[in-house]
Design a protein around this ligand. Structure first.
Ligand SMILES: Cc1cc2nc3c(=O)[nH]c(=O)nc-3n(C[C@H](O)[C@H](O)[C@H](O)COP(=O)(O)OP(=O)(O)OC[C@H]3O[C@@H](n4cnc5c(N)ncnc54)[C@H](O)[C@@H]3O)c2cc1C
Ligand code: FES
Length: 264
């Protein structure tokens, strides 16, 4: 593990903050890979890298429990530990991409979007949230649009911003046009399952990032198992054939702190 000091903290929404730190190795992360972040005296948790600029990397964190709350209370200059990057990453395929993100799942997709644009892939980004104040990275995406041509579609459940409805409804509209040849998704598993079913219907290749409890992050402890795969090593990014193999657990089961299967 390497210790780094927090260089900058940006408040994104009421519960989400982005932490910037300098680490050459984290700055080599591929889109979709994750790092383990140690919050001294509290816990170590898996987080996606949300941006890279030179040796500066960032993680974007939603407060959901003890560790994420402790991290989100940290200030510039405080020390965290980082391990990784770990796991598989999104591989750029095709020439017409659809990127679908929900909530803090949008974090790894920011890095992916930059890479797609670098490679001149025609890109549509769909981001869904419950309400306007929970949408992430709207300004960053608008900044990217000043230099690159790509489409953004925002959806909110209450219609307070963008189109009223679900990100998956917007995804179906784009997919039914027949122009998309690769779909990339990261968000809650209910959304991921819906996108998975849509890509089966429209016969379009999918890469999806999954979340499970993680401790070792290197394939030893078994806490992150889904079907025959370990999410930390074989994932977190899985392609369609692999998702089909774990269909009976996808969106339904995970392992709890004792390693027992429980409902998601
Ligand atoms: C590969 C990967 C990438 C992730 N990237 C991000 C990210 O970029 N930003 C972000 O905010 N969150 C991300 N997460 C989720 C983040 O790791 C959990 O929210 C965090 O571990 C919760 O810790 P806690 O102590 O605050 O919450 P806890 O009190 O432990 O739990 C609160 C809730 O969070 C979920 N959770 C707890 N621990 C984990 C865990 N180790 N893995 C997955 N879910 C967990 C549980 O379902 C529980 O309902 C990622 C998870 C994985 C596996
Ligand atoms: S976190 Fe230990 S095997 Fe995946």
């Amino acid at each position: 593990m390497r210790t780094v000091s927090v260089q900058k903290v940006v408040t994104e929404t009421e519960l989400v903050k982005t932490f910037y730190f300098e680490d050459k190795i984290c700055a080599s992360t591929e889109p979709g890979q994750f790092i383990m972040v140690w919050i001294p005296g509290v816990d170590e948790i898996p987080l996606s890298v949300s941006s890279i600029n030179g040796d500066l990397a960032s993680v974007t964190v939603k407060e959901v429990g003890e560790a994420t709350r402790a991290l989100n209370n940290m200030k510039e200059g405080e020390i965290i530990g980082v391990r990784g990057p770990f796991g598989t990453h999104y591989k750029i395929v095709g020439e017409n991409a659809l990127v679908v993100g929900g909530g803090v799942g949008t974090a790894p997709l920011m890095l992916l979007t930059s890479k797609l644009l670098e490679k001149r892939v025609k890109t549509t980004v769909i981001e869904g949230a419950k309400t306007q104040s929970e949408l992430l990275f709207v300004d960053q995406l608008a900044k990217l649009q000043q230099k690159n041509s790509f489409e953004t579609i925002y959806t909110t459940d209450d219609g307070s911003y963008g189109t009223k409805g679900l990100a998956t409804d917007a995804a179906e509209k784009v997919l039914s046009s027949g122009r998309v040849d690769a779909v990339y998704v990261c968000g809650n598993e209910t959304m991921t399952v819906k996108v998975y079913k849509l890509t089966e219907k429209y016969k379009t290749p999918l890469q999806a990032s999954l979340e499970r409890f993680m401790y070792c992050a290197i394939g030893i402890c078994g806490s992150c198992v889904i079907g025959k795969y370990r999410v930390c090593k074989d994932g977190p990014v899985f392609h369609q054939t692999q998702l089909k193999e774990v269909e009976s657990e996808l969106g339904k089961l995970k392992r709890d702190l004792k390693g027992e299967k429980v409902s998601l």
